[in-house]
Design a protein around this ligand. Sequence first.
Ligand code: ADP
Ligand code: MG
Length: 341
Amino acid sequence: MSFFSVFSADLAIDLGTANTLIYMRGKGIVLNEPSIVAFDRNTKKIVAIGNEAREMLGRTHRDIRTIRPMKDGVIADFEIAEGMLREFIRKIHANWSPSRRIVICVPSGVTEVEKRAVRDSAEHAGAKEVHLIAEPMAAAVGIGLDVDAPVGNMVVDIGGGTTEIAVIALSGIVNEESIRIAGDEMNSAIIQFFKKNHNILIGERTAEAIKCEVGSVMPLKEEVTIQVKGRDLVNGIPKTTEASSVEIRDSLNEPVQSIIDAVKLTLERTPPELSSDILDRGIMLSGGGALLKGLDERLRLETNLPVHVAEDPLTAVVRGTGKVLENLNQFTKVLIKSRRY
Ligand code: ADP
Ligand code: MG
């Protein structure tokens, strides 16, 4: 028996559209990498995953393709998604004992077919017992909300491909909305802005860096000017241009407004008793999009409700999934009831 086999290797997995995080029972978060796969077009063999595949994004030659199999919150390519999950698990634990348990979180809007695919993937990766949990429920547990209580809580998780809005009470999701507008759409909006206003084509990673560093939705204390590198759309030559944080903010307005409108719509559809709970307790934000500067303030202004950003919003979902894994008996009610095939 190896030293590690004294630990249980049960896993909790947040298979996100942008990032995959794995929590190991008794150990905490053991993996946090982008949900990206690079594979050979001809053989479909995976050549890299996670950080390594991310480095290749936009820089591959014609035989290698990089994809994000979970893009848009649905599984774009089942085979590749399964391969990615298997490789991630292999990475954290070369001799992962196959008789183990996995709790895996899925976007709340997934179809039966997708649920089954996720379950199958986890089983093919070696799990004997697979439990599914909806992403906003996992976020709520990770934030530390008392999901069991007869009071309403609203969680808004803004990821890469989807924004999940849910009202939770008595261990169930009372009301939910999932839209395919989140971090990726913000990146696209920045790319479009530079195309239209600066005649320059910038890459996806550059757009994301701009969003994270100077992106905002409310006026900043000090507005800044940044230098941006890309390809001139007219003559095709690499060039540098200048843009202000004010312009970047304008470019982000459309996707941000769509998210806010979806939150308002969900509030309108919430039963009044739960609305009054939300009025007292406020809205909780999680997911990487919650880090966008001023988003909480803007949402507060538009809804007149208290808005809180989860502590370390990028890990809230996996921490919640991990908590469920560690206390499975206490949390059976929050798991997705799905048929076994
Ligand atoms: P998912 O659950 O879909 O994998 P995550 O919760 O991991 O998504 O969040 C990833 C998204 O958060 C990406 O679109 C990323 O650009 C965005 N993000 C990360 N940090 C920031 C930041 N500081 N400001 C704005 N967006 C951010
Ligand atoms: Mg997520």
